[in-house]
Design a protein around this ligand. Structure first.
Ligand SMILES: *Cc1c(COP(=O)(O)O)cnc(C)c1O
Length: 475
């Protein structure tokens, strides 16, 4: 492709992109393709001769697009959003065009220094003390793994990095029963053993019970284990429960455990002063992660990882072969040593574009608006005779179920709500996901998409109510 052709196609694609965003509500939110439908349309062998761009783009529209779920659709209420925004997309275009590999300062000085500055901005925006330092990671899963590896190395004086595990080392890790699956994955990868992850019970708000944590740690100590690390969650994936950081922090302090905070979704709400109470007890926290790629309008992937002790993080990951040595290492950050990957994308640029375009106040206003919409929906559900809330709606997630009068058996209610969700999602008009809370099937509606407005929430609620009341109850 010549640069002249590139220019012409790029203009065409930008028009397509803007049209797509204009027309997005005409697409079914959730793709309705069946398994193998897409792959059957793709040739089993690559083309020998180059193909025309027009043909490739036609196939994108005809083969790929029908198999896509539209995460930027304002009626996307499932999971947590993976929000994008126009400034973020523009920055991604530049990042792709520069195609820089930002592993060390020398390989792209501005990318490194912009990352340092933007992470300082973010730290201040979410009210973290300036004893924390930030670095961008691809996902919260990777950041949590990095935290657990740092905890492991910190605890053993970097011995496992040197010599591997010895048989007498039996570490335990703690989190609540509502914690994200990435914690268990990290414990497996870090070589600590899945059976050494202790899932602490939660209270009726689905937050970790500190007393039970303390008991579990002491029991493990008596049985010869070495408690290593606790993961607290601000905004669990199931119901956005907030673990009590102060109590957990004091327990970690008493037993000298690493405290990592997973605020993947909920962390964005910390830009609002009225949510800073979630950070009470931060003085005992060693590391924290949150995802601007979820609820801060920045394209996936962009995960903000903050640590109190950069030296421990760097010592955990640092490798310095001859071909990576540079003269200025003393004065600059080489982010390849701040995590797992060597090669790194230039992710700071999109965050910089987003923060500058919205401004902190613009971001705050958008989040407040969404939290307000979630609160008023929760209120409606509370007042309804045949729907009920299944968890407090603290952030912008509402967990509820249909509960028609006269049916009180949870197994039956679970079946009714599961089939209600199927019907709603296959309509293409909205997309919800679910979780189980105390064994009860809960519909999850996250009101946090970049473009969601009150009318989308109203339409969704109307459709949920109509569909539920029209569907004959399962006998
Ligand atoms: C989404 C989520 C994660 C995983 O985030 P990734 O960035 O996809 O790894 C972890 N923890 C919580 C609480 C989440 O909501």
């Amino acid at each position: 492709m010549t640069n002249k052709e590139f220019r012409a196609y790029a203009h065409e694609l930008v028009d397509w992109m803007a049209d797509y965003l204009d027309d997005i509500e005409r697409y079914p939110v959730k793709s309705s393709v069946v398994p193998r439908e897409t792959i059957r349309q793709l040739p089993t062998v690559p083309p020998q001769a180059g193909e025309a761009f027009e043909q490739i783009f036609r196939d994108f529209q005809n083969i790929v697009l029908p198999g896509m779920t539209h995460w930027q659709h304002p009626s996307f209420f499932a999971y947590f959003p993976a929000n994008s925004s126009p400034p973020s997309v523009l920055a991604e275009m530049l990042t792709a065009t520069l195609g820089a590999q930002c592993m060390s300062w020398a390989t792209s000085p501005a990318a490194t220094e912009l990352e340092e500055r933007v992470m300082d901005w973010l730290r201040a925006m979410i009210g973290l003390p300036d004893t924390f330092t930030g670095v961008i990671q691809d996902t919260a899963s990777t950041a949590t793994l990095s935290a657990i590896l740092s905890a492991r190395e910190h605890r053993t004086g970097f011995l496992i990095n040197e010599r591997g595990f010895s048989p007498e080392m039996r570490f335990t890790v703690y989190c609540s029963s509502e914690t994200h699956s990435s914690i268990e994955k990290a414990v497996k990868i870090a070589g600590l053993g899945r059976t050494h992850l202790r899932k602490i019970p939660v209270d009726d708000q689905y937050a970790l019970v500190p007393r039970a944590l303390d008991d579990a740690i002491e029991r493990d100590q008596r049985r010869g284990y070495t408690p290593l690390c606790v993961i607290a969650t601000l905004g669990t994936t199931g119901s956005t429960a907030i673990d009590p950081l102060r109590d957990i922090g004091e327990i970690c302090h008493k037993h000298r455990l690493w405290l990592h905070v997973d605020a993947a979704f909920g962390g964005s709400a910390l830009i609002l002063p009225e949510f800073r109470w979630m950070l009470e007890g931060i003085e005992h926290v060693n590391s924290l992660v949150f995802n601007p790629h979820k609820w801060l309008f920045t394209n996936f992937d962009c995960s903000a990882f903050f640590v109190r002790d950069v030296a421990t993080l760097v010592q955990t990951f640092e490798i310095l072969p001859e071909y990576l040595k540079t003269s200025e290492s003393e004065r600059v950050n080489n982010y390849r040593d701040w995590g797992i990957q060597l090669g790194r994308r230039f992710r700071a640029l999109k965050l910089w574009f987003v923060i500058r375009t919205y401004g902190v106040e613009g971001l705050q206003a958008r989040l407040r608006e969404q939290i307000g919409m979630a609160r008023s929906l929760a209120q409606k559900i509370q007042e309804s005779s045949d729907f009920e809330l299944l968890a407090p709606s603290t952030l912008s997630l509402v967990c509820f179920r249909y509960h028609p009068v006269g049916i009180d058996d949870d197994t039956r209610l679970n079946a009714i709500n599961s089939s209600l969700m199927e019907t709603l999602n296959s309509s293409g008009k909205l997309y919800l996901s679910h979780t189980k809370l105390s064994g009860r099937f809960a519909l999850r509606m996250a009101i946090a998409q970049t473009n969601v407005q009150q009318r989308h929430v109203d339409n969704a609620w109307e459709q949920i109510v109509d569909t539920a009341r029209k569907t004959p109850a399962v006998p």
